[in-house]
Design a protein around this ligand. Structure first.
Ligand code: FEO
Length: 170
């Protein structure tokens, strides 16, 4: 059984995951309308992955005697300026999510809720991967800069990442 405090903080995380899904969906649209198919596919897949992160929390809260809250979400931006800027936004967003998961883990220890603590370990591991992936892509884009030919190759590279399932919903 979840305490009120744990239920409340898990519900906050549900909202963060749902908003993450929306942000990446907006990034997918921005890339798609400019013809960058690889980046768009990557972002659509990433958006699905965030929805899965949200659903996993929803199920857990409901199964543990809480009530998952599906709340109104902030609208994400529609423009991202450049790919470099967009992937920096993605990386910073993931760092924020990791921090939020860490805070949650800390609260479960304070509350001696070891079941939720155990459940959250999946998210801890997932955030390590997500940050590494975002950092890897940022390194690539920093090498390319704004070179048009480079961006075309970058888009193809990202398409390969999606095809290899690196970013597939788990
Ligand atoms: Fe669900 Fe990308 O964190």
């Amino acid at each position: 059984m979840l305490s009120k405090k744990i239920e409340e903080v898990l519900n906050k995380q549900i909202r963060i995951e749902a908003e993450s899904s929306q942000v990446y969906l907006a990034m997918a649209c921005w890339a798609e309308v400019q013809g960058f198919e690889g980046v768009a596919q990557f972002m659509f897949a990433h958006s699905d992955e965030e929805r899965m992160h949200m659903l996993k929390l929803v199920k857990f809260v409901n199964e543990r005697g809480g009530h998952a809250q599906i709340s109104e979400l902030a609208a994400p931006p529609t423009e991202f300026g450049s790919f470099k800027n967009m992937f920096e936004t993605l990386f910073n967003h993931e760092v924020m999510v990791s921090q939020s998961i860490n805070d949650l883990v800390h609260i479960t220890l304070e509350q001696r809720d070891y079941a939720t603590h155990n459940f959250l370990q999946w998210y801890v591991a997932e955030q390590i991967e997500e940050e590494a992936l975002a950092r890897n892509i940022l390194d690539k884009i920093n090498l390319i800069g704004d070179d048009k030919g480079g961006l075309y190759l970058f888009d193809n590279d990202v398409k390969q990442l999606v095809a290899a399932g690196t970013n597939a919903p788990q």
